[in-house]
Structure formats: structure tokens, C-alpha cells
Design a protein around this ligand. Structure first.
Ligand SMILES: Cc1ncc(COP(=O)(O)O)c(C=O)c1O
Length: 369
């Protein structure tokens, strides 16, 4: 087993190639959280017919794209802003609002803190309790909210815990934060994978709360991380205006804009993805739940967080066992407040999920003999 000084982001297949000598094309990434169906078939069939789109500059307003997003999300077109992946929008929003004091849940996705510190702000953490399955204790959270806070960032469903807040809970948070003039940035990168998006998405709240900005992307659900297409929804007109004036024009290329218009309308693919993820998530959850070597947390996104319960078992060991089978999971030791007793993996095809299951169960069994 190699020394695990290195940890891999879900997309670091090149590093794996160097270290383990496995060709990246042969690796199934259970750590990138990407829809196993690949891109929308409608997109695949039709995008090449739109090649000529690159001969002109994109529409500065991205009007047709924003219309497609409005139809897909139910948001008002004038509340939608598009960006080069949700990453560009996270960074633009944080640069523009320049929060001095920001609050994140722990554990969560690391990019927010990086961006906040680049802009000179300080990040505080509210710990999600393991004993409570990393679900937020809403009453305690609201009672202890700091009135000096400039920004609260909520990843919903949360990466890596797969826990989620309903929009009823979000409404309480938004109301409390509005009193304190605190912005709430909700990253909904994984929300389309939830069992019932109408219970979890905060987009409908954008009309009511001008301290809310919701972010989404196409990297995970639409399996298009290379396209770099994301969008934000906010009902705050002056914030929209400010982002729009400070943002570079044309950060989404013409083909990505057309791709968005096509894929947001591929209802068959969207429904197929939702129902597959939902049934496979339940199947994987039930299997891990029945094995005493593991504790699996209730999952709302397309990935599961699992705790390793046996003393002899750790994430380095399981990562190694899986990568030797060309299956790449996420060692969660680098997430603040987690350690190498936690792994995360996403839902891939049924066959690959079975392979991972048998590999991890076998490794757990053989190390405790
Ligand atoms: C929670 C979360 N937000 C944002 C991103 C980045 O998304 P995008 O590719 O849309 O920039 C990721 C990628 O892993 C993520 O997990």
C-alpha cells in the first residue's frame, strides 16, 4: 500500500495514472459525482448541427439560454445569470460582496473557503454533528446565528455528507439571515438528484428573499464538466446588475450556450436519470446498511458518505483496494472535520456499483480476519 500523502479530487485521474500506472480511460470514477449515463442523447445528436455558432460572438445577454433555464427551473428569466461553471459564479459573488465574516457548515465543499480567504474574509464553521447523521440542528443553528455575519454558504445537498435541507427549513434560515443583512449563497449543484426537487430547491424562494442567491451547474447532473456551464438565480436586482457589470462578457462560449438550450429540454434523459439514481441509491444504501463493517448516512445526492466501523479498516486501505480494481473512491480525510474513517462514492452503472460493493465488502472482510 502506498503512503497516502496525496489525496485526489474526483477529476485527478492524471495523478492516479502516474502513481498507480493505470490508464485513466480504464478507471471508473466513483469520486467525481457525475451522472453515469453521460451527456444527454439529444445533445449528442444535435450539437454538431450547431457548429456554426462559433463563427459569431455569443449573445451578451444569453437570452435564449436564460429562457431555457427559466423553463427548466421555474425561475424568472430576469433573475437568472449564467457563468463559466458554478465555480465562476461562486468566485464572482464572493469577490463582489467581499464578506468579512462568512459561515460554512463543516464538513463541506472546500472551494468556498478558498474564495473567501482570497478576498480577505474570515471563514467560521458550524459543525454538523455526526451523531445526528450530519443533519442540521435548525433551532440551535438559528439561535446561535451571529448578527455580524456577512455571508452564509450552504451546499444543498451537502458535499460530502449527502444531507439536505428542505426549502421549508431554508425559509427559516433566510428569514433569520435577512434580519441580520446576511447573504445566503445556496449551492444546488446536486439538487436535481434529490427524491423530490420541489421539496429541496430554494429557487422558488428567490422571489421572496433578496438575500438569497442560488447556484447550479451542468457538470454533475448533465455529466458535462468540460462544458463549463453554470447559472445563478437571485431576486436581488442590484446584486444582479453589479455582477453583470463587473463580469467579463462572453465567459460562456456559443457552443456551451446552445448545449444548454438543448439539454435542459431533454425530458426523457432528465427523468431517466432521476429514477435510476433514486433506485440505485436506495439499493446501495440498503446493502451498506446491512453490513456491520460500515455505517452509511442517509443520502439525498447521487453519492453516499460511509463511515468505516472496524478498527482495522481505514479509507487509505479501501482506496487502495478499489483502485487496484480500477474503481476510484473518495478518501474523505482531507475534508475538515472528517478523517480517514470516511469514504464517499457516487452512483455509477448498476454493474459498476456491484463491482464496487463486492470489492469494498471483500476488503472489509479480509482485513478483519
Ligand atoms: C458542491 C460543489 N459545487 C460546485 C462544484 C463545481 O462545479 P462546476 O463544475 O459547475 O464549477 C463542485 C464540484 O465538484 C461541487 O462539488
Amino acid at each position: 500500500m502506498i503512503e497516502h500523502k496525496e489525496h485526489f479530487h474526483g477529476s485527478d485521474l492524471e495523478k492516479i495514472e502516474q502513481i498507480y500506472g493505470i490508464r485513466k480511460e480504464e478507471i471508473t470514477s466513483f469520486s467525481a459525482n457525475i451522472n453515469p449515463f453521460g451527456i444527454s442523447p439529444l445533445l449528442k445528436e444535435t450539437l454538431c448541427k450547431h457548429m456554426d455558432a462559433i463563427t459569431t460572438y455569443p449573445d451578451r445577454e444569453y437570452s435564449a439560454l436564460r429562457e431555457a433555464i427559466a423553463a427548466y427551473t421555474g425561475a424568472a428569466k430576469e433573475h437568472i445569470l449564467v457563468g463559466n461553471g458554478s465555480t465562476e459564479l461562486i468566485s464572482l459573488f464572493i469577490q463582489i460582496t467581499a464578506p468579512k465574516k462568512a459561515l460554512l457548515f463543516a464538513p463541506t465543499y472546500s472551494e468556498y473557503e478558498r474564495e473567501i480567504s482570497l478576498c480577505g474574509g474570515t471563514t467560521y464553521y458550524y459543525q454538523l454533528q455526526e451523531e445526528n447523521d450530519f443533519k442540521l440542528d435548525l433551532t440551535d443553528f438559528i439561535q446561535n446565528l451571529d448578527s455580524e455575519l456577512d455571508l452564509l454558504v450552504i451546499c444543498n445537498p451537502n458535499n460530502p455528507t449527502s444531507s439536505a435541507l428542505t426549502n421549508t427549513q431554508m425559509r427559516e434560515i433566510l428569514a433569520a439571515c435577512k434580519k441580520n443583512h446576511t447573504y445566503v449563497l445556496v449551492d444546488e449543484t446536486y439538487v436535481e438528484f434529490t427524491e423530490d426537487i420541489s421539496l429541496y430547491s430554494s429557487i422558488p424562494l428567490a422571489k421572496e428573499y433578496d438575500n438569497l442567491i442560488v447556484l447550479r451547474g451542468t457538470s454533475k447532473f448533465f455529466a458535462a464538466p468540460g462544458l463549463r456551464l453554470g447559472y445563478a438565480v437571485t431576486g436581488n436586482g442590484s446584486l444582479l446588475e453589479e455582477i453583470h457589470t463587473k463580469k467579463n462578457p462572453w465567459t460562456i462560449n456559443s457552443l456551451a450556450a446552445v448545449a444548454g438550450e438543448i439539454m435542459f429540454g431533454d425530458n426523457a434523459y432528465i427523468e431517466k436519470t432521476k429514477s435510476f439514481i433514486s433506485s440505485e441509491r436506495k439499493r446501495m444504501y440498503d446493502a451498506f446498511n446491512a453490513n456491520p463493517a460500515f455505517y452509511v448516512y442517509p443520502a439525498h445526492a447521487n453519492f453516499l458518505l460511509v463511515k468505516l466501523l472496524k478498527d482495522e479498516l481505514n479509507a487509505d486501505l479501501l482506496f487502495d483496494a478499489a483502485i487496484k480494481e480500477k474503481l476510484m473512491i473518495r478518501n474523505c480525510a482531507t475534508f475538515p472535520s472528517l478523517n480517514n474513517k470516511f469514504i464517499r462514492f457516487c452512483i455509477m452503472s448498476s454493474d459498476k456499483n456491484d463491482e464496487l460493493l463486492s470489492c469494498l465488502f471483500h476488503a472489509a472482510e479480509s482485513c478483519t480476519k
